[in-house]
Design a protein around this ligand. Sequence first.
Ligand SMILES: Cc1ncc(COP(=O)(O)O)c(C=O)c1O
Length: 483
Amino acid sequence: MTTELTPAQLGSDAGRFARLRADEYGYLDEHGHTYLDHTGAGLPSRSQLAAHAARISGDCFGNPHSDNPTSAASTELVERTRARVLRHLNADPAEYAAIFTPNATGACRLVGEAFPFRRGSRFVLPLDNHNSVNGLREFARAGRARVVHVPFTTPDLRIGDDAMAAALAGGSARAGRGAPLGRAGLLAYPAQSNFTGVRHPLEWIEAAHAHGYAVLLDAAAYLPTAALDLSEVKPDFVTVSWYKVFGYPTGVGCLVARRDALELLRRPWFSGGTIHVVSAQGGWHRMAEDESAFEDGTLNFLAVPDVATGLDHLDAIGLPAVSAHVTGLTGRLLDALRDLRHSNGAPLVRVYGPEDTDRRGGTIALNILDPDGHVVDERAVGRDSSARGISLRTGCFCNPGAGEEAFAISRRLLRGRRIGRMSGTLDDYLTRLGLPSGGAVRVSLGVPSSPEDLAVLLGFVEDTYRDRPASAAAVRLNPRLRC
Ligand SMILES: Cc1ncc(COP(=O)(O)O)c(C=O)c1O
């Protein structure tokens, strides 16, 4: 089902978003950029950047780990931003804490390194995860927990509720249905896939809780265009990188965590800023009792308040309007990509994932095909699109599970002993196996995206690849690792 915009929305919001593009994101057109990598990074508005400059040049802000006046000024802004983050997610501050991290990856690591994985518990994760979540399996293995992958179950790269239920139930025989939080282990999944844009069901959270799992919801690709209401759904840990949501600041993320779930975590170390009291000679320490126990070292205190500015900017546009804008453009792009044909009638593009806007965000993974259906090497597409001023993404986007499924690379091949020991890249291995491609092209949309961006992309694909054999595009490619 394609979600069509109403004429009223198209009329008023199209004009509004065009004005926003000119006023706030004018640097795109001034420099001839066609920016189609919003899942890589959102873009900052000029007013966000101006607010940052005005704030840090208008007063003096010191290291927050003190009580002096400039320190107190920093602390006040950091605490206000914490409250602003929780308000954005409609989270009760008595129930949830917002912990500042360098990025979503840092938030994942905080959970993974401190989660009580143990023999008999499980780390359940769909194959559709970013490597910053996949990597948690190493903590699970070190704790002797079992790692359980939930497979894709549909051709458009979704995961059925039955598959998730089976994976969760497998562990509950020991933990028991209704077991205490975290006893069965941890479920970690993305609210939105960074590969296909699929939005996975938030209902999995309660299903996992019922079996005694704690839940890490990776919201990094979801929050830029969708609302997460923590009064309605109750993940234990939510991970986010703010530059993905509104472009600036970089280097600031959050772990938003239920306070009772934080009590499960046992930090493997302490550091500056995380302790209540510590003795060097006595060899003992007591961790801080609030969220600062999880904030290692000095926060990026000049940038953290820009998160509040970014959220205000997003609110001023209106998240429902952002969502409708991106959904509308995504639907148009999907339809147009499907209609692109070679003169023999063969499709020019293969899309991985849903072909409409139902339960998905504005991220589209694809490959270009030649008239005989051969895949054009995505590195050639990266090279050719760059030459046209188009910023898109190629490779597997740090999501190897979705890539392996999209390219039908079987588990048997990947588990072969040779691959673990081989030298060279995954590409080298795929080439030896006779598989043509290990990478895709990703196009992703955001607030400043416009119909003109879509036209540039579509024109580029037609001009460059229509009626052209894949071998002609693939000349002079540098071999390099794709993931
Ligand atoms: C779904 C998802 N999770 C996690 C991450 C990791 O984000 P970061 O590199 O900012 O830590 C990304 C980044 O692309 C992502 O798309």
